[in-house]
Write a protein that binds this ligand. Structure first.
Ligand code: SF4
Ligand code: SF4
Length: 110
């Protein structure tokens, strides 16, 4: 194929029907506040781990909703469970518990 010096952007359509959203449904059961997330990004802005790594909780919340588990397992390890994100969330979401439960889910579904 000819090299034009640029790539056509990857398809970023999200197919909710084919993605595996079991983690999201599990979290909705054990921490129902996850449904309140408005994607504001305040959690990422104050995140302790985010100051030292590329960890982005706001992104994780999106991946969980979309059922894109492949990105989550490695990223979630970077969280220090300090709980700062829970304190600043404008919707009062227990983000710390969401991370804790996500780790538990990933560990038991290896
Ligand atoms: S601060 Fe709360 S509402 Fe905002 S993105 Fe994070 S979890 Fe969602
Ligand atoms: S609990 Fe994790 S995600 Fe929340 S502020 Fe602390 S390091 Fe960041």
């Amino acid at each position: 194929m000819a090299d034009f010096g640029y790539k056509i952007q990857e398809d970023r359509q999200i197919n909710y029907d084919s993605n595996d959203r079991t983690l999201f449904y599990f979290l909705k059961r054990v921490e129902p506040s996850i449904s309140l997330c408005i994607g504001c990004g305040t959690c990422s802005a104050t995140c302790t781990a985010g100051q030292f790594t590329q960890f982005d909780l706001h992104k994780i919340m999106l991946y969980v909703r979309r059922g894109e588990k492949v990105h989550i397992a490695n990223e979630i390890k970077k969280c220090m469970l300090c709980g700062k994100c829970s304190l600043v969330c404008p919707k009062g979401i227990n983000t710390r518990n969401i991370i804790f439960q996500t780790r538990k889910f990933i560990h038991s579904n290896k």
